[in-house]
Design a protein around this ligand. Structure first.
Ligand SMILES: C[S@@+](CC[C@H](N)C(=O)[O-])C[C@H]1O[C@@H](n2cnc3c(N)ncnc32)[C@H](O)[C@@H]1O
Length: 301
């Protein structure tokens, strides 16, 4: 089985506008698809640091004998600390391909998928304490409601939370099939694949604290990019895309500009593509998992 098929590969690499002697970061190594293509364009003096919080990613897809490459097994929200430790103050480009790899979804024991029977888990970093079972069994009803409302866009988030809490009074929620059973009773005919993928995605976002990690990383990115350095981000759902869009276009996480003491707009980036780049029909046909991808490119000004 393929570890991961890289999405919007050519568009991402050309978005980085790679200088052969530049320094780059790939914050989401995964199967190494984007990393390998960045490395192809670097000369001896060029440098690439790739991050992933999941130990499987580099263990399975290791790259050896390349002096201008280093893999760093860490959450990308700490990328600044790792670069500082290595004496790197500024880079020419930062790339992130957010979310999960196909490997994480396809390996049943990782507990990300609603297909097949598996224990719920969903941790990208298997050393973290909190997993999907912790959330479903220990969070109180109002916190569960917030997760389904904010990360899953469910109008009936309260009802979902209530049913989970009722179920777990009788039996611990352990398997993906337990969760499907709870919601089957609730929604009958409406439990479909789209619904389930949204539901599982919302729990995954909470397990991995994905929104906070993304925001922390974006805020740090502007301090680590050289002028004209590129920020290239692929997102897979509207919550992430809104954050990336506002950050590149408005330099904060709201849809309006902030002003400084003198009333001047704070603008950090020039947006390279007015509209996000999306996969072609051909790419979606070959790799259906690419269908929701949106690529945004900012250039530090
Ligand atoms: C969509 S995959 C990347 C695929 C990669 N571009 C490729 O072509 O093979 C996302 C990867 O990012 C990692 N990841 C997600 N959030 C992360 C974070 N906050 N810090 C570090 N790695 C993260 C996941 O573990 C996963 O391996």
């Amino acid at each position: 089985m393929n570890y991961h098929v890289p999405v919007l590969l050519n568009e991402s690499i050309s978005g980085l506008s790679i200088k052969p002697t530049g320094t780059y970061i790939d914050l989401t190594f995964g199967g190494g698809g984007h990393t390998k293509n960045i490395l192809k364009l670097l000369e001896k003096k060029g440098k690439l640091f790739s991050f992933d919080t999941d130990t499987d990613s580099f263990k399975i897809n290791s790259i050896n004998g390349n002096n201008n490459f280093e893999f760093i097994n860490s959450n990308f929200k700490y990328f600044d600390l790792h670069l500082k430790q290595r004496g790197i103050k500024k880079v020419d480009g930062i790339f992130a391909d957010l979310g999960v790899s196909s490997h994480q979804i396809d390996v049943l024991s990782r507990g990300f998928s609603y297909k097949g029977k598996a224990e719920l888990d969903m941790r990208m970093n298997s050393n973290n304490k909190k997993n999907a079972q912790t959330i479903l069994n220990d969070y109180d009803e109002s916190d569960l409601d917030k997760i389904f409302f904010n990360y899953g866009d469910f109008k009936n988030s309260r009802l979902i939370a209530k049913n989970i809490v009722e179920y777990r009074k009788k039996k611990k929620i352990k398997y993906n099939s337990d969760l499907i059973e709870i919601l089957n009773n609730l929604f009958d005919k409406n439990v479909n694949f789209k619904f389930l993928s949204r539901l599982f995605q919302s729990i995954r976002i909470e397990v991995n604290d994905e929104i906070n990690a993304l925001k922390e990383m974006l805020l740090k990115s502007k301090d680590f990019l050289k002028i004209k350095g590129r920020l290239v981000i692929i997102s897979y759902h509207s919550i992430e895309d809104r954050i990336v869009k506002n950050f590149i276009n408005k330099s904060n996480f709201d849809s309006t500009f902030k002003t400084d003491f003198y009333g001047n707009k704070q603008i950090f980036f020039k947006s390279i593509n007015k509209k996000p780049l999306v996969p072609s029909e051909e790419e979606i046909k070959i790799n259906p998992r690419s269908r929701s991808a949106k690529l945004r490119i900012g250039e530090l000004i």
